[in-house]
Design a protein around this ligand. Sequence first.
Ligand code: UDP
Length: 296
Amino acid sequence: MATVVDREKVLSDVFTESTHSIERRSKKQTQQVRFQLRSFYLMGTRVDNIDSDLALRIVRHYAVDHGADRARKIFFTNVHSICSAQQNEILKQCINLGDLVLPDGSGLRIGGKMTGNPIIENLNGTDFTPKVLRMAEDEGLSLFFFGAEEPVVQQCCNRIRNAYPKLRIAGYRNGYFQESEDKNIVEQINAARPDILLVALGTPKQEIWLTRYSHDLNVNVAMAVGGLFDFLSMTKKRAPLWMRRLGIEWLFRFLHEPKAKWKRIIIEIPMYFSMLFAKKYVPASFQRTLRKAIFS
Ligand code: UDP
């Protein structure tokens, strides 16, 4: 298995196209499976610009592949993660080293358009993961749910059992823990032997935790899904369809959780769009300095 990501490009701010090559091993033969990803970097953060069909085929390929020596990591990148990555180089590196980094939200759509990389499809975790659940049910794959408050993750699993009766739930665990418990959590997940792990700890915790433990986790694929369990458990309401269609789900979340989300609206959205305008109109040589000034 090899995912070709040029580290020079990861660190630079150029927009590029890369090919990710994924090797599938079976007992009888080694077969090379290639997926063409049109990837680009938005403020140094990778975005794999593909549609949901291809994304699902790649996740399925990872999920059924038992030849890998680590968990493959699927991330979703959005305005919040891009802005957080400007101030957190570790987060940026973790995202960029993901096996798949999918574009989430209208901010990415606008960013892609402004930088000459029109986004093929908005692939947020809340809409994409149910497709993964359906695929897992069809393929007989098992899942472990890690994250959110205990009653939330419990309720999330109950609702999933009803919605996907044949889906194998290997186990679940809440997302509130001390760093000293990390190893126990990895052991708990490994003991349950899931094929797919969903990690819902929020950004940047989930991306960093998954990257740190991807070699210790005995799962085929792990997805960082943010607030998904809150929605699947119906603990939090999702924005109505018309708001999602207009690309203003962020406004709904802000109105429902102003204390938790104000920073994303008041600070991150203006920062993000300032950087996008700078990217278009400011000479390349000044952009790194400008970015540092805006995000420091
Ligand atoms: N969470 C968690 N452990 C933590 C912090 C957060 O399990 O230490 C959970 C939280 O309960 C929620 C999710 O992570 O279910 C974060 O949701 P949010 O919508 O903020 O995700 P983001 O938009 O940051 O990806």
